[in-house]
Ligand binder design. Structure first.
Ligand code: C5P
Length: 225
């Protein structure tokens, strides 16, 4: 069974996908991490993000490794643990820039499908991203488009940053980053962020994580019935 959960940054996909995958004993594909790893590799190697050819080359030669643990996934780039580094705000912004290059997407699309194959899909896969239901796994059995208002997503991001020790966070700056990233993700020509025609739209603005997971688990149960 393949379950795709797409949606904009900060809608809660990461937490929800992990919970659902753990509940069902499914593998988890964090496609955003692949875009972030490409961006981080470019930053570390001082590749100009506007040089599409050079960025594609980086995507093609990524040396990455995902080690799934229950609560987290250890992510390595060229052997180094970059699980935290890829979550930095500047890496997310850079990821959304390079994600607009069609050939970068083609490279990572193949790696995403290979990931699903390599897991042998023992029971199933939960795929987290922007184009999982529209492009990467169009035949997925359950497709969810998880969203929330930009204000709420910014509020959640501020809380997350504060809980990881950051100080003096400006809500307005975070909101602007989220709006810029939405704009870039939705307006790109290749695989823009949008719900698949057969996706279930779920607005989490006033829902808890538990409530979101319950709605999704109920939908999976319907397909399994
Ligand atoms: O989901 P996450 O915030 O980690 O993704 C980082 C960036 O990677 C997104 O802002 C988006 O531009 C890009 N992305 C994408 N397609 C995906 C997953 C992520 O374009 N399937």
């Amino acid at each position: 069974l393949i379950i795709t959960i797409d949606g904009p940054s900060g809608a809660g996909k990461g937490t929800v996908c992990r919970r659902i995958a753990n509940n069902l004993g499914y593998s988890l594909l964090d496609s955003g991490a692949m875009y972030r790893l490409t961006a981080l590799d470019c930053i570390q190697k001082q590749v100009d993000l506007s040089d599409e050819h050079a960025v594609v080359n980086i995507a093609k030669n990524l040396d990455i490794f995902f080690e799934a643990l229950t609560e987290t996934t250890v992510i390595r780039l060229s052997g180094y643990d970059v699980s935290h580094a890829i979550r930095e705000e500047n890496v997310g912004m850079a990821a959304s820039v390079i994600a607009a290059y069609p050939d970068v997407r083609t490279q990572l699309l193949q790696q995403q499908r290979d990931f699903a194959q390599s897991k042998g899909l023992p029971k199933g896969l939960v795929a987290d991203g922007r184009d999982m239901g529209t492009v990467v796994f169009p035949a997925a059995h359950v497709k969810i488009f998880l969203t929330a208002s930009a204000q709420e997503r910014a509020r959640r991001r501020v809380l997350q940053l504060e809980s990881s020790g950051a100080q003096h966070i400006d809500h307005a700056v975070i909101l602007k980053d989220i709006q810029d990233r939405d704009e870039r993700d939705m307006s790109r020509a290749t695989a823009p962020l949008k719900p698949a025609v057969d996706a279930y739209l779920l607005d989490s603005t006033s829902l808890s994580i538990d409530e979101v997971c319950k709605v999704i688990m109920d939908r999976i149960a319907l397909v399994n019935a």
